[in-house]
Ligand binder design. Sequence first.
Ligand SMILES: [Zn+2]
Length: 494
Amino acid sequence: MRIVIGGMNHESNTFNPIITGADDFVVFYGEEMLTRGRTPSYASTGIITALEEGACDIVPTVLARAVPNGVVSAAFYRHLKAEWIKRIQEALTLGPVHGVCLALHGSMKVEALGCAEGDLLMAVRELLPDVPCTVALDMHATITPALLRCVDGFTAYKTAPHIDCQETGAHAARMLLHSLHTGKKLHTAYRRIPMLIAGEKSESEAEPMRSLIEACRGVEMQPGIEAASLLLGFPWADDEHNGVSVLVTSLAAGETGEKSADALAASFWARRHDFVFRSEWYDPRQSLEYAYQGVLEKKERPVFISDSGDNPTAGATGDGTELLERILETMDQAAQLPTPLLYSGFYDAPAVAACIKAGTGAVLDITIGGNWDQVNGKKIPLQVTVQKVARNFGPLQSDLVLVSHENLLITLTSKHIGFGDAALLPSLGINPGDYCLVVVKLGYLEPCFRTIADRAILATTKGCSHELLETIPYKKVRRPLYPLDPDLVFSVGT
Ligand SMILES: [Zn+2]
């Protein structure tokens, strides 16, 4: 069997003014996908492994991945798409292709085009109209009519934070092979639930997601069912298709898949009021007050504050300054902390360049933040001392700088890479567990922070990933939509 594979992974935040381009993506072309691109945490790696186990002849196209950010450059997307198409055309000149299995995010948007995955799949379908196609999606995928038209079988991550990516890829590949080996066509039942939901209210270890995911696993045990998935959409995209989706893929059409999709959708809707923040949450001012109190009076350490409204891993700019401004207003309390207040951090290429030019140990005046998000932040002038520099960090080769200002330590990045990577702080010589108060531009804490946090506070700062969805000025989402319309009456099938 010859199977076309590929991957495209980006979550596009339409409130972020940054246009995500070539410098923000890591791309593996053709055979590179099978070697350098074979990273354990990727869904595409699961696809490759399962197809190899199935003795398939793999046709690799393109694997393109970027940290969530603003919408993707149309020119760069056209380049990626051309590379995909070229490789499929080349493969077809060498012989027949029997199937397609792709690892996609599902919420990638291109400037002036919209849904990237739908556009790409339509182009793939022009070349391969009749072969089965399965996809492994992110749990935060947005399902569009184009995706439903082009794809036969869907599966998606069942964990958030996402720790089952490889397993999900393998699932998509096995589903494709079942269809090819049995000669039965895959059929997907789809239900839309008119609801927006923040990731911080829908972690898979917490209720109600834990039970709802268990229900999906139960459906997957039924004869003939290949996959049952809950797709939560991505609330920081103002898009007419946004919402929660249920997808149940069966081998051959039948009542079981349809009824299961109905039941899962009804269960989800019935529990809509149960989606709440897992950690304590306050506005920025209160968050700081409780954190200082926790450290200074209750001896809690480390206390973590998530600067959740400006979470780059949810596509925010990473340069919002609301919380930094509050901290600078409370420097008398920060001064009492037994260790510096650690803030990780800010995406600020000009500040990083200035610090690197000045060198370690230099004292200089810079501005922090406000390069991109000038609605929820501004350039904050600060005199800093450059404590440490680390060059070419991670796959995007970002430069990192650690600066100090009085009893603050702040990390700065030259690229939009986010602050959830467990290796980022250690590369600057920092062990976050040594600090009593750590502020991170994240929503829910990644496992590397959660395991050491004595207390976790979610600060509902303003920014491109503002957690209070009811206050976001959406223009394009289809109304009515819960919780924007809290009294919405909905029943599955209507
Ligand atoms: Zn996700």
